[in-house]
Design a binder for this molecule. Structure first.
Ligand code: SAM
Ligand code: NAG
Length: 257
């Protein structure tokens, strides 16, 4: 199965980027490859052989997705890319609920945008929000190569504006799935707007909810504090049921009731 076998490069873009992740974290960006909080007795060492075993026995990555992942990992901001196993979980959930319309808040080179587009039906649509056209231009040729470019509606402007436009356009309760993975300062706003945009039974996935472990000891007014407050809010939010998954930098799944 050449499409799904990945000797060394499998961990590129998922695990082999620990050092850059620290740089990314310090820059206030993605920090999904930091080691933290894993008890020394746990057999599940992040980036270790057991993580490789998990990928070896679960990742069924579309060849064009793999190509995009390897391409993105060589790029200087490659650490911002979502992890392939996490993306696969999102795609599986989207497939399970027969998602037709999805929102991506924070596209980067479009790994997860492509990942979602691949599981949506022919008339499905991903509204892909980012402020940076340069990042998207790296992925776009591969969206085309995978034959799903027509399902991707890229909107280059602050995501809040795009979400407001969708609401103003009467698209509340018409989306099935949202993935929030952009500037952390606006996470609460993204959550509220996405909650209005998705239907009952729809899913909001939120990345980096553990913020490198710093949610345990947030300082006042920092991003960890905001993230912690959002985690508290969602935990008590009667509009959703929730699962928080300790995968990479923490993934919350909120299922709209
Ligand atoms: C962690 S990356 C997204 C990774 C992506 N989900 C993937 O599949 O690899 C965060 C992205 O959010 C974008 N971003 C930052 N501020 C934004 C804003 N206000 N509105 C929309 N996108 C924003 C950045 O340009 C960056 O591409
Ligand atoms: C994962 O698969 C690769 C390629 O087949 C292999 O070289 C490696 O030993 C495997 N690792 C584990 C832990 O299964």
């Amino acid at each position: 199965m050449p499409a799904f076998s990945f000797p060394k490069e499998a961990l590129i873009g998922t695990a082999a980027l620990g050092a850059v992740a620290v740089a990314g974290f310090l820059a206030g960006r993605r920090c999904s490859r930091l080691h933290f909080g894993t008890p020394k007795t746990s057999p599940f060492e992040k980036n270790g052989p057991l993580q490789q075993y998990v990928l070896n026995h679960s990742l069924r990555e579309h060849p064009v997705l793999k190509k995009l992942r390897l391409m993105t990992s060589k790029y200087h901001n490659g650490f911002m890319m979502v992890s392939c196993d996490e993306a696969q979980l999102l795609a599986n959930l989207a497939k399970l609920i027969r998602a037709k319309k999805a929102i991506e808040v924070g596209v980067f080179t479009g790994y997860n945008t492509l990942n979602m587009a691949l599981v949506l039906p022919e008339d499905g649509r991903v509204v892909a929000c980012d402020v940076n056209e340069e990042y998207a231009s790296i992925g776009r040729p591969l969206w085309k190569e995978a034959g799903v470019e027509h399902k991707i509606d890229l909107r280059i402007k602050p995501a809040i504006e795009t979400l407001d436009e969708l609401l103003a356009n009467d698209e509340a309760e018409t989306f099935d799935f949202a993935f929030i993975d952009a500037d952390k300062e606006s996470y609460d706003d993204y959550y509220e707007k996405c909650l209005r945009l998705i239907r009952k039974g729809g899913i909001i996935a939120i990345d980096n909810v553990l913020w490198g472990g710093r949610v345990l000891k947030p300082a006042s007014n920092d991003i960890a504090q905001k993230m912690h407050q959002l985690n508290e809010k969602i935990f008590h939010d009667p509009r959703v049921v929730v699962s928080m998954i300790g995968m990479w930098d923490g993934l919350t799944l909120a299922f709209k009731l």
